[in-house]
Design a protein around this ligand. Structure first.
Ligand SMILES: Cc1cc2nc3c(=O)[nH]c(=O)nc-3n(C[C@H](O)[C@H](O)[C@H](O)COP(=O)(O)OP(=O)(O)OC[C@H]3O[C@@H](n4cnc5c(N)ncnc54)[C@H](O)[C@@H]3O)c2cc1C
Length: 443
């Protein structure tokens, strides 16, 4: 097997050979939910940068290559009694993808977003240089500017990240609420207590659940949501539960939160026919991509006289404004359920330039569905409403999906002065597209 250094040299040669051409990453999986235009670009094959290099449980860190999927990373780390401080919920998300985007989970109320748990990154720049970035070396500007740059400043090939100790099981407590203001008050309170994990789900205007997770050494019983039973339904049915730590980490993957229902995969007969190994986010995202390519549901909607808009987004709102956002969302968008996850910056003094979050508790709202109706609206009608509301309430939106911002508005949110400086220093020739071109114009 080639070493990291050998693979890096090969990749550098590939990049040099593509001089002048647009490039993109060749990967086996993706969790990017915006289609790009089909302009020709040379694919850099980074698929073999997927190894865990070292787990140092005693000192609390792991070193891995950039395209290591979290499933592999978690397996390697659990074997040493640790896990990444923040594990995005989908198994195929890679460590590098989460660093270049924005990674979040139920431990984010404690450790912030994935990028706050990174210790160093080795980044391949568009001009073929490779630089090591740490929070205090000469490339610290790139260390703090890389999160939310989505591959427009370079590709991260190797990372060192914080590891935290685990126990064998996670005990869950599901707490139900009927009033949004009380729900968010309680959420804030629970974040100040002793849980290891906090997240929640909004099932309706008067039905909201907070789930607390605590590591325990022993469990009186252990539930299994990897095949016949469906995790999100258990939140409405149980008040306590126990999962192995492994199954807790991947509790949302089997049914892609609840989105597997769009593929009829929650039907017990279909589950039995397709089998356990197909019930995962990789299968569903392949089906979605295939659907997007052949426009199957779009054609069906047209046939039935319906108009539809995909609304797949994660937005972060300061908790004081969370009830207002939820009210707006019920009224104007109407997608249910909604995933809720509290986030508190881990390093209050660190400023990540392209994803600025003041030192306060935020609530991530995740919603992934299609809004359908008989009325025809301009493109991005519902997404645009969300973008405006998020800005009005002092929030910020992740860029892994469709965005419709005007350029000025976009750059005000995502910090044009800092980005321009980074681009000048690390991609002076403009070899890679810029963030607006990539995330909004889909170039
Ligand atoms: C339906 C849905 C639900 C999601 N839910 C969650 C969630 O619950 N929690 C969470 O944390 N995130 C979630 N995400 C977002 C996800 O973490 C980001 O989209 C992340 O960037 C995906 O990483 P990936 O490894 O799959 O990268 P890809 O999807 O392959 O790429 C994403 C972008 O990052 C760039 N990129 C990828 N690898 C690198 C690299 N090594 N260096 C530089 N740039 C790179 C690519 O060029 C691309 O622009 C969700 C996304 C979707 C679509």
């Amino acid at each position: 097997m080639a070493t990291y250094e050998e693979k890096k040299q090969r990749l550098l040669a590939e990049l040099r050979a593509s001089a002048g051409m647009a490039v993109a990453l060749a990967k086996n999986t993706s969790n990017l939910f915006r289609d790009r235009n089909n302009a020709p670009r040379r694919k850099l094959d980074v698929r073999n940068f997927n190894n865990v290099l070292r787990v140092d449980a005693a000192n609390g860190w792991v070193e891995a290559e950039g395209m290591t999927p979290y499933e592999k990373l978690v397996d390697a780390m659990l074997a040493h009694g640790v896990m990444p401080a923040v594990v995005p919920q989908l198994k195929s998300i890679t460590l590098g993808g989460a660093a270049a985007g924005v990674g979040i989970e139920a431990s984010s109320f404690k450790y912030g977003l994935v990028h706050e748990t990174l210790l160093e990154m080795e980044i391949l720049l568009p001009d073929g240089r490779v630089v090591l970035c740490t929070p205090d070396n000469e490339h610290k500007d790139l260390f703090f500017g890389f999160p939310n740059s989505y591959g427009t400043l370079g590709y991260v090939l190797k990372l060192k990240a914080k590891a935290v100790p685990v126990k064998k099981f996670v005990q869950l407590q599901h707490i139900r609420h009927t009033d949004p203001a009380e729900y968010f008050d309680d959420l804030a309170q629970r974040c100040a207590e002793d849980a290891d994990f906090v997240d929640g789900v909004v099932f309706g205007r008067n039905e909201m659940v907070i789930t607390l997770g605590r590591f325990v050494d022993n469990a009186p019983f252990v539930s299994d949501y990897t095949y016949k039973n469906i995790y999100y339904r258990s939140l409405r049915e149980r008040t306590t539960d126990f999962l192995t730590t492994h199954d807790y980490i991947w509790r949302w993957d089997t049914d892609w939160f609840w989105c597997s229902r769009n593929f009829f995969a929650q039907n017990p007969i279909i589950r039995r026919i397709v089998g356990k190994s197909f019930l995962n986010s990789v299968t569903y995202s392949k089906i979605m991509r295939w659907n997007s390519k052949w426009k199957i549901t779009q054609r069906l909607d047209k046939l039935m006289g319906r108009h539809s808009e995909s609304v797949i987004q994660d937005v972060d709102i300061p908790i004081a404004n969370a009830p207002q956002f939820l009210d707006f969302f019920h009224h104007e968008i109407g997608i249910l359920p909604i995933w809720v996850c509290p986030i508190h910056p881990y390093q209050p003094n660190a400023q990540f330039d392209l994803f600025r979050m003041p030192n306060t508790l935020y609530v991530n709202f995740g919603f992934w569905d299609v809004v359908k109706g008989r009325e025809q609206h301009p493109k991005g009608h519902y997404n645009r409403k969300i973008e405006r509301k998020v800005s009005e309430l002092g929030g910020i939106k992740s860029l892994y999906s469709d965005s419709y911002y005007e350029a000025d508005e976009f750059w005000q949110i995502y910090n044009k002065p800092a980005y321009t400086q980074l681009k000048r220093k690390y991609d002076a020739q403009g070899t890679f597209k810029d963030l607006y071109q990539k995330c909004v114009l889909r170039q």
